[in-house]
Design a protein around this ligand. Structure first.
Ligand code: ATP
Length: 355
């Protein structure tokens, strides 16, 4: 049982780099909170402050209601899983997993039963006598997980734990981590720059940008209603199409002059957006009313099997449209792309959502 509460947490490194500029997050018990954002946004720094590996410049970190700012990492009752696994190369899997417990003076018999029970959960029982170099990347990652689980901590912290694995293994381990975290019910904070990993793992998603929280909430709520153009283009692959608006005397238009026969929710709207899957290829005769309709020129077609992505020049910018199966369009084709009014997102000049 544990909650993790960050209250206006800041980090200024020696030399003046403001890595975290005031972050408040309340993580409920048993939840998996994912911190996601581009390189340098401060997510690892934040995680390391929760772990006690980095001092907190101001604000508070509380675990289970108790402020831990002045408490060292070993007394925080947390376990961390790193990207590089951080296993001891000269120790067998068994000893790698037992190490933390031995350090705490746990009785030998209890260590043995906990290591063997954890190895069983992670399907490592047959590998306990091997050394890390005799394991595959996925197995090493499992040992690193095992070492965290065996300690039965209040909180798990994950720092990009899957980055060193190939795409297929990453997908498998993602599911394993999610299932494990659910069945163990341990409150967890997970850092990644991979938006797909973030979307699929998180109960609670926190999108960070330049040391601040841009948006937090349930992953699909964020996907459906991104709070800013930053979030709109960071969450979702391919990202949301964003086109700048230009005011014309006669009404609203895109920057290339394409007229938009729709009323923006606010005069302040400066950018219009729609997801690649929310647009249709329309023939002129069937063009829907009440929709954004854009003349477009196909520049590239990316078939990925179940669907294809059409990369087009349109509205003074570039857009991507997702179509099911094999696309009949080819580079150079001119077509119309239409998106229903209910599928449109509007942002102001600062990139903030206005509708
Ligand atoms: N020890 C340090 N001393 C000074 N500046 C640092 C230190 N560690 C990180 N920084 C800076 O703080 C900022 C945030 O770094 P941090 O590692 O938290 O970002 P991140 O979002 O985890 O990035 P990445 O995904 O690349 O690991 C960056 O500008 C980085 O250069």
């Amino acid at each position: 049982m544990a909650t993790v509460d960050l209250n206006d947490v800041k980090k200024v490194y020696a030399g003046g780099v403001e890595a975290v500029k005031g972050v408040s997050i309340a993580i409920p018990d048993k939840q998996l909170c994912v911190l996601v954002g581009p390189s340098g946004c401060g997510k690892s720094t934040l995680l390391r402050m929760i772990a006690g590996l980095e001092t907190i410049s101001s604000g508070t970190v509380a675990i289970d209601g108790k402020i831990v700012n002045a408490i060292g990492p070993t007394e925080r009752d947390i376990a961390m899983v790193f990207q590089n696994y951080a296993l001891y190369p000269h120790m067998k899997v068994y000893d790698n997993m037992a190490y933390g417990l031995r350090n705490r003076g746990t009785p030998k018999a209890e260590i043995d039963s906990r290591v063997r029970a954890t190895a069983k959960i992670l399907e490592l029982s047959a590998l306990l006598d091997r050394r890390p170099r005799e394991l595959s990347g996925g197995q090493r990652q499992r040992v690193a997980m095992g070492r965290a689980i065996v300690r039965n901590p209040k909180v798990f912290l994950f720092d990009e734990p899957l980055s060193n694995l190939d795409a297929k293994l990453r997908g498998q381990m993602r599911v394993e981590i999610k299932n494990l975290q659910r069945s163990l019910g341990v409150t967890s904070v997970y850092v990644t720059h991979d938006q797909l990993e973030a979307m699929t793992l998180a109960d609670m998603l926190v999108v960070m940008n330049a040391g601040l929280v841009e948006q937090m909430g349930a992953p699909l709520d964020i996907y459906e209603k991104p709070a800013s153009t930053f979030v709109a283009s960071f969450i979702g692959a391919p990202p949301m199409n964003l086109l700048p608006l230009a005011e014309r005397p006669a009404g609203l238009a895109l920057s290339d002059g394409t007229a938009i026969n729709l009323a923006p929710p606010e005069r302040r709207a400066a950018t219009i957006g729609f997801r690649p899957e929310d647009a249709d290829i329309a023939v002129a005769a069937e063009m829907p009313t009440g929709a954004l309709v854009l003349p477009a020129t196909v520049e590239a077609v990316e078939p990925v099997g179940a669907e294809s992505f059409l990369h087009c020049a349109a509205g003074g910018g570039r857009i991507v449209v997702r179509v099911g199966g094999r696309a009949s369009a080819k580079p150079g084709d001119r077509l119309h792309v239409a998106a229903g009014a209910e599928k449109l997102h509007w942002f102001d000049g600062d990139g903030k959502r206005v509708g």
